[in-house]
Ligand binder design. Sequence first.
Ligand code: LLP
Length: 410
Amino acid sequence: MNFLKFKNSKLFFESVNIEKLAKKKKTPFYLYSQQQLKHNFDFFKSTFKKLNPIICFSVKSNSNVKLLSYLKKIGAGADVVSMGELLIALKAKIDPKKIVFSGVGKTDEELNFAIKKNILLINAESESELQNLDSIAKKNKKIVSVGLRINPNIKAKTNKKISTGKKDDKFGMSFEKCLKILDNRSTYSNLNFDALSVHIGSQILEVEPFRKTLSALQKFLDKINKIGVYPNYIDLGGGMGIPYNNERQFNLKQYAMLIESFKNKNNVEIIFEPGRFISGNSGILISKIIYIKSSRNKRFVIIDAAMNDLIRPALYGAKHQILPVTKSKITSKISTEFVGPVCETSDSFITYNKYFKIHEGNFVCITNVGAYGRTLASNYNTRPYSEEILINKNSIQTIKQRQSLKSLIE
Ligand code: LLP
């Protein structure tokens, strides 16, 4: 179900006419739909109902505290990767017993803080980190639950820059290394090896890589059971993709069935860390056309959003569809490239062979930016962060102010 829809020729998010709202606001701004977020979370939860998993929303995909508070209200935990993300998850009142902490380079300060807050799990990614964690746990006089982040050497079939589960990627440890660690687990006096975790990449649209991961995990569990290790949790990470450009939906039901049979064989609790699947289509970016610059066979549509607001096209070649907020006729074949004002050739969003009739001053909507949109934004070209607005049925609320130029400059 998609809450972004044309009604007659006007684009609506839930029941909000986007053009009417845009006329009252300074563009660009991020606009989120609470109903879409709820729909996505509930759909995820109900598809995995039989597993009764702990769903730790991946804060890196969207860290707006109001959105996190709402997700908490409907049952989410958090997957965090920094002190900042941990603090924001706690600020959103997410139960520490539903927080997992991953990342290859957690500092002493971060580990110490996570230990003090008694979070559910720290997913360790190297032997050095485990040793460090053990000694910090000792100083805190605590036994800490730790997950071993496994690098299963499985191809995620996704963009190279967001693949994390191949042996040449920096993430996790090989099965051999994890086995060695578990064999020597008695040397870590203050760690409880409570979990195995994997995350093979992001924006994965096929179930096959996940099936391979589960079967590799099963083999490994069989091995470690033999040496007396029975983890309580299997953290399967995130990575389930969404359609950006008419791709097929990820088959969540099929994935659920695979995990159900995995869970039936092993007495474990399942943890997920979905980001994009929950937040991706819950956000759009509204921008205004500043100029249209035409040459003989091409027109550049220069909008007031730029790569600093949304870097995914420049960074990954991602294609986010751009919709006019008022649908008009499609022009004859003029190649139309949407670009931002930043002084980089890569500050370009998408090119169409033909597009609607549009004019300077019109508003456009960049779709599917609720995940890794605002969280990857920067101040490049000394441009401030945009306002973030949340729609919920008839209510429209600013959930983050646009950054003032004064605060940016000071
Ligand atoms: N868990 C771990 C350990 C992760 O590293 C990630 C994402 C997730 C969960 C959530 O993955 P998701 O369900 O959202 O796919 N900036 C890139 C995506 C980078 C993902 C990094 N890790 C993009 O814009 O596509």
